[in-house]
Each structure stands twice: as structure tokens, then as C-alpha cells.
Design a binder for this molecule. Structure first.
Ligand SMILES: Cc1cc2nc3c(=O)[nH]c(=O)nc-3n(C[C@H](O)[C@H](O)[C@H](O)COP(=O)(O)O)c2cc1C
Length: 123
């Protein structure tokens, strides 16, 4: 398996790949942005799930927000199921400062962070 260097990676669903968008370990800063929940800083991986609402509301109107949040719930469930199947622990963090998370990751401001899954400790 290919080892990843520390950084921010963007998931590309169309070919199930990841693309590095920034260097550097941001996990501690994400924990600080999450109202100081430092337990999450030690997670080998933090999945930050964001929504770009305009991409779905253009098709479904305001109801698109509901669909995006439903899909994020499915994503989270899949992350938890996969962790369980390979013996890794997973957490869930909804308490964070949205703007701080966007700043720490250096992502575009129309990508709204919805939920963070710190995962990867040995269960
Ligand atoms: C949407 C959502 C957001 C959560 N955010 C946090 C969080 O920021 N910090 C935290 O320690 N736990 C968070 N939790 C975890 C809950 O506090 C709780 O531990 C978890 O849902 C398990 O609940 P149970 O012990 O009643 O089964 C969150 C849970 C959910 C569903």
C-alpha cells in the first residue's frame, strides 16, 4: 500500500482517488478549531466532510440541502462500517468553528464543513 505524507487531501469521487491540496500536518489545528477537542488530534486520519450546496440546489432547490445532509449521513455510516471491519476506532465531531476549519484546511469558502470523522486508532 502506498504511504501518504501528512497533508490535506481532496477526495475525487469520479475515480475514487485522492489529490493532495496542501502539505503539513493540520490535525492539531483542526482539534483546536473543534473547540479544543484535543483527543481528535491523535487520530491517524481526520475525514472532514464538506458540502458545496450550490451544486445540488441548482437542481433540487432548497430541498437539495436535505439531500446533501442525508448523503453525508450515509458517508459517515460507511466510514464507521469500514473502520469496524478492519479493526479501527472512529469518532464523530460536529462541534467546531466552521470558518476556522475552512481556514486551517485552506479550502474554498463555498465548501461548508458539516462533520469531521477522526479515525484510525487501533480499536
Ligand atoms: C452529529 C453528531 C455530532 C457529534 N459531535 C461530537 C463532538 O463534537 N464531540 C464529541 O465528543 N462527540 C460528538 N458526538 C458523539 C456523541 O456525543 C455521542 O458520544 C455519540 O453519539 C454516542 O452516543 P451514545 O453514547 O448515546 O451511544 C457527536 C455525535 C453526532 C451524532
Amino acid at each position: 500500500m502506498e504511504a501518504l505524507t501528512a497533508g490535506v487531501y481532496h477526495y475525487i469521487p469520479s475515480d475514487h482517488s485522492i489529490q493532495k491540496v496542501a502539505d503539513g500536518d493540520r490535525r492539531r489545528d483542526i482539534a483546536i478549531a473543534s473547540l479544543g477537542q484535543m483527543w481528535m488530534a491523535s487520530a491517524p486520519v481526520q475525514f472532514v466532510v464538506t458540502a458545496e450546496y450550490s451544486r445540488i440546489t441548482i437542481k433540487y432547490g432548497d430541498r437539495g440541502v436535505r439531500y446533501a445532509l442525508i448523503e453525508i449521513g450515509h458517508i459517515g455510516q460507511n466510514i464507521f462500517l469500514q473502520c469496524q471491519s478492519v479493526g479501527l476506532a472512529a469518532g464523530i465531531v460536529g462541534a467546531f468553528n466552521d470558518r476556522e476549519v475552512v481556514r486551517v484546511l485552506g479550502i474554498e469558502t463555498d465548501h461548508e464543513p458539516i462533520i469531521i470523522f477522526p479515525v484510525g486508532w487501533q480499536a
